[in-house]
Design a protein around this ligand. Sequence first.
Ligand code: KG4
Ligand code: ZN
Length: 335
Amino acid sequence: KEECLILSIETSCDETSVAVIKNGNEILSNVVSTQIESHKRFGGVVPEVASRLHVEQMTVVIEEALQQANVTYSDLSAVAVTEGPGLIGALLIGVNAAKAIAFAHGLPLIGVHHIAGHIYANQLVKPMEFPLLALVVSGGHTELVYMKEHGSFEVIGETRDDAAGEAYDKVARTLDLPYPGGPHIDRLADEGEASIRFPRAWLEEGSYDFSFSGLKSAVINYMHNATQRGEEVKPENVAASFQESVIEVIVTKTIQAAKEYGVKQILLAGGVAANKGLRTTLTNKVEALEGVELIIPPLSLCTDNAAMIGAAAYIRYQQGKMSSLDLNGSPGLDL
Ligand code: KG4
Ligand code: ZN
């Protein structure tokens, strides 16, 4: 086949998504069925509920993706799926669907790491130039990944406790904002002033790791003390102060790493990439760096989606790194 058509599946958390990707960089379809409404009343993702909803949605979303792309199984070159990390029950639904399709239609199967997917979302926007640095900030991950070539990932920094998005969601909960709280904090922060001095976790000199649990506790304590003293709390100021602390640390470490590793590109990925404050601050700081290009994918490609999995799978396809039919879901998979 001259053109490469990959059907890709993503079910690692609370989005059931299927895409058809042509030659690794063209989106023929990218259907996302989100479960957010079902998890909202629990204040977070309930794994058992997620698995059940993936089962209900899986075949419908696959059919929809094929239809929108105007292709049939016989046009496909391969089937790709997120094998991990993520919720085991959720991962298994996607992995089993992909295996069934691969087996039934005699197609190669390609297991993809979820974070590789987030990074390769950028490939759908612009070709990668190496070496590069990817900043992955989502509800489950906060990672700085150095890449010297396609398919090569070196995690140079990661969170030691909460992910950035997780911290946003927890702080939002203390401010009585609905789940997921990130977008609400972002909007509130815009209206407030960063008047409260919350801590910044820089960790050891030269470390690119992150920690957000201390900051989260500081916000909770602040709210608790203010309530006890009967002081008026300005939620917009709490949001702005919290956000300033998160962004200052993330952006400073990213810029430092970009300089140390002499990268040509910085890629932003993951749901928190939607954050206006983060986008603006990072854009300004990267502008001051000579010869470094910043790429931020559109929001639909930053949050969980299958198109990014198809883009990452294409590289493995070209490198001949296929998976066998005994592929399993792997909740703690290393990049
Ligand atoms: O990548 P994603 O869709 O799912 C994971 O793989 O985790 O990221 C979801 C996370 C949630 O924690 C959500 O609150 C956060 O991204 N988020 C934001 C914003 N939009 C989404 N955080 C801060 N500011 C935003 N505008
Ligand atoms: Zn994700």
